[in-house]
Design a protein around this ligand. Sequence first.
Ligand code: IPE
Ligand code: IPE
Ligand code: MG
Length: 263
Amino acid sequence: MAREPAYTDKQLAELGLSRERLAQHIAIIMDGNGRWAQHRGLPRIEGHRRGVHSVRAVVEECSRLGLQQLTLYCFSSENWKRPKLELSLLMKLLRHYLVEERRLICEQGLQFRVIGKTEELDPAIQREIKLTEDAARGNDGMMLCLAVNYGARMEITEAVQQIARKVQQGSLSADAITEKTVVSHLMTSGMSDPDLLIRTAGEMRLSNYLLWQISYSELWITDCCWPDFRGSNLHTALKEFAARDRRFGGLQKTTEGPSSASA
Ligand code: IPE
Ligand code: IPE
Ligand code: MG
């Protein structure tokens, strides 16, 4: 499939969007696959399978909209609590996704990164991640970041351990630790913070996702289950985002975030 051209300002305006008020980085909690399937009398895995179509559509739409980054919550460090059969099917699906989307990621010129404890994943999946990272190296399009076996508390704990080790070894003094030090030890080091966090399927919680990074993200929660989520839902979210008054603790309307991006 050929790379879809980026939207012109005129096309954005037709969608009710403007480049100046577009979110640069969207993070999504892709929830509700199981419920989508159960409502239709289908096995839960069918919801996960359909969810891959939504991933494809949303990645392409975000890239056309000219976003800098899309960070998708694919599998949390707590999702291991699920039944063995669902876990093995989910991992199989992830592996297939990495193989099948590689060509598309390259055709769309996307940058690619995975955050999470990938070393705990099946070696076959680790291999596919590496192959996709290698294939996407040098691309300069939107950054597609997958959170796989990711948990924010684990991420922050590991960052604290790394910083403590440096203090112990004498290469860092405790007084020199700043927010930037913490940011540079997170798995998202070098990335901007999400401007907009979308959660599908209606739950009003964060489920251990990017807890440090979303301090000032705008939240948008929809009842739509992930397998039904498409470009039009994304446009609605972006329109609502554009109307939000982001103050970052101040009083004036601003698009400037707190300086917690890359150190
Ligand atoms: C999200 O859908 C996908 C993953 C967590 C892997 P769910 O599987 O959580 O779907 P619900 O929330 O049970 O409907
Ligand atoms: C969050 O969804 C994780 C992913 C979407 C990968 P969950 O379904 O695991 O979250 P809870 O259990 O409802 O909080
Ligand atoms: Mg869920």
